[in-house]
Design a protein. Structure first.
Length: 73
């Protein structure tokens, strides 16, 4: 086997490795995008939960105040 033949015999392996690397890289980019979308959704839900919690707290305070005023004769 000459030097050129030996180098050419490695060529398919290099192509396969390059294709695998490209596939993994594309998969990781897709995963990053999914993680970013999930992060946005979780942040939005967290804000909604906080808003509902504040609203519930105000209603509880108002309800307690109403009960106190109604109990007094």
């Amino acid at each position: 086997m000459t030097g050129l033949e030996e180098m050419l015999s490695y060529f398919p392996a290099l192509l396969a490795a390059g294709a695998a690397y490209g596939g993994v890289r594309a998969g990781l980019n897709g995963a990053r995008q999914s993680i970013t979308q999930i992060e946005r959704i979780v942040t939005r839900l967290d804000e909604k939960v906080d808003n509902h919690g504040e609203r519930i707290s105000r209603l509880e305070v108002e309800t307690a105040h109403i009960k106190e005023t109604q109990v007094k004769p």
